[in-house]
Ligand binder design. Structure first.
Ligand code: NAD
Ligand code: MG
Length: 406
């Protein structure tokens, strides 16, 4: 018996729906990249991995490319190419190195790309994916801090779907579904407070990298973990939220919530407050961005509020954590200030991890760089190249000031 026309149509449609989704990961060897691949690896028939990129860890990149049958593996640092070539020998996986190759990886046709390179280094590759119109899951908050206006204009021009991955912004986007913009009174990002939440200023002066890297709730890459200890991370997230959701600085707030269960609170004009809750595991917001607009299973610990017993909240202390005040000032100033703040912070975190400056020197260096950068702050940016030029100058300036905080 021949199948009816309807059943043929349904079968064709089902096959079309079942086609594996082509996905790429920029920053595949990092914490977010590995978490994304963990989800993908649990259902390999649903995904076709197009491109995976890494910064320096070519050995791990090769392992991941083989494990997930990637079409292309790109290592940003050309000096690591020999390791990548050795790791992928005989596999038939395409490979390349360097900045141009990174942009080529981001340009490969895909249905979804995870932007998880850390820092302003992710700006050009992420924008490349955005310009292709590839649905972009955005973990790299520095893109928005440094170049938010230019970045969001490109998103609008290419009509690209941008899916926030940062847990607070993923939570906010979920809590805001269906809420008219004019009814949103306040969006409150929560912060764990980091490992030094209860430390005095004097104790923090002596804080060592291994103590700052010991985050109480989240397992993350080193840069964002240090940013969480200074609370600069929450400052960067205020700027991120401002650009992502086009919300005025006065509508954005921060609340310390040591358990990291409530990720964001959206206050509405009728007095309702909507929130998203989950155990602190980045695979939950990554899964939301991967399955959007549907939902998928994520193998994360389930929330048991009775076992937790209490969720607590407190106001942030900007005296002990001046990075948050600085970020708020930059948010109000707008323009190039975000580029300078981000560049100086990247230099400061690197210097702290290399034990060239103390913990309090991180915010100190950012403040000092902003204070002497009047000329940079006055510059208007019209392109990514403008942003990167200001970023480069701000880094030179920050490095010249390092000695003050040694
Ligand atoms: P990570 O350090 O673990 O990984 C960063 C990735 O970028 C690695 O693959 C690394 O090889 C690559 N990389 C580094 N420098 C590069 C360069 N110059 N050129 C190309 N690639 C380079 O960082 P992460 O914790 O995964 O964070 C990634 C981004 O996601 C950051 O912007 C961070 O703020 C954001 N984020 C992370 C988390 C988290 O839980 N880890 C949560 C929210 C947001
Ligand atoms: Mg976050």
């Amino acid at each position: 018996m021949f199948p009816s026309l309807t059943s043929v149509t349904i079968e064709i449609e089902t096959r079309a729906v079942m086609r594996p989704r082509r996905i790429s990961i920029l920053g595949a060897t990092g914490s977010i990249g590995e978490s994304t691949l963990d989800l993908i690896g649990r259902n390999p028939s649903a995904y076709q991995v197009v491109a995976l990129t890494g910064g320096h860890n070519a050995g791990r990149l090769a392992e991941l490319a083989i494990l997930h049958r990637a079409e292309l593996a790109v290592i940003a640092d050309p000096q690591c190419y020999a390791t990548l070539r050795a790791g992928l020998a005989g596999t038939g996986i395409e490979m390349a190195a360097g900045e141009e190759a990174l942009l080529e990886a981001a340009s490969r046709p895909a249905d979804w790309v995870m932007a998880a390179i850390v820092g302003a280094a992710g700006l050009k590759p992420t924008l490349q994916a955005v310009r292709q119109g590839t649905a972009t899951a955005l973990a790299n908050k520095e893109c928005l801090v440094s170049a938010g206006d230019i970045f969001m204009a490109e998103v609008a021009r290419a009509k690209t779907t941008l899916l926030p991955v940062d847990s607070e912004h993923s939570a906010a986007s979920q809590a805001m579904v269906g809420a008219p913009k004019e009814n949103i009174e306040r969006v409150c990002l929560t912060a764990s407070g980091g490992p030094f939440r209860c430390w005095s200023f004097e104790q923090m002066r002596e804080a060592r990298p291994e103590q700052a890297l010991n985050h109480p709730n989240w397992s993350m890459g080193p840069k964002v973990t240090i940013d969480s200890a200074t609370l600069m991370n929450k400052g960067l997230e205020l700027l991120e939220a401002h650009h992502l959701f086009a919300l005025a600085p006065t509508k954005l707030d921060v609340l310390i919530h040591p358990q990291s269960i409530v990720h964001c609170l959206v206050h509405l004009s009728d007095g309702s407050v909507l929130a998203q809750l989950s155990c602190p595991d980045m695979r939950t917001p990554i899964a939301y961005s991967l399955a959007w607009p549907e939902r998928m299973h994520a193998p994360t610990k389930r929330l048991d509020l009775a076992a937790l017993g209490a969720l607590t909240f407190e106001a942030p202390d900007t005296e002990r954590f001046p990075a948050l005040r600085l970020a708020r000032e930059v948010l109000t100033a707008g323009g190039s200030a975000g580029t300078v703040l981000n560049a100086a912070n990247e230099v400061a975190v690197e210097a702290f991890l290399a034990e060239r400056i103390g913990f309090l020197g991180i915010a100190g260096l950012v403040e000092a760089t902003l204070a002497v950068s009047a000329d940079l702050l006055a510059l208007t940016r019209e392109s990514v190249e403008d942003v990167l030029a200001i970023d480069a100058e701000a880094r030179v300036c920050a490095r010249s000031l390092l000695g003050r905080f040694a």
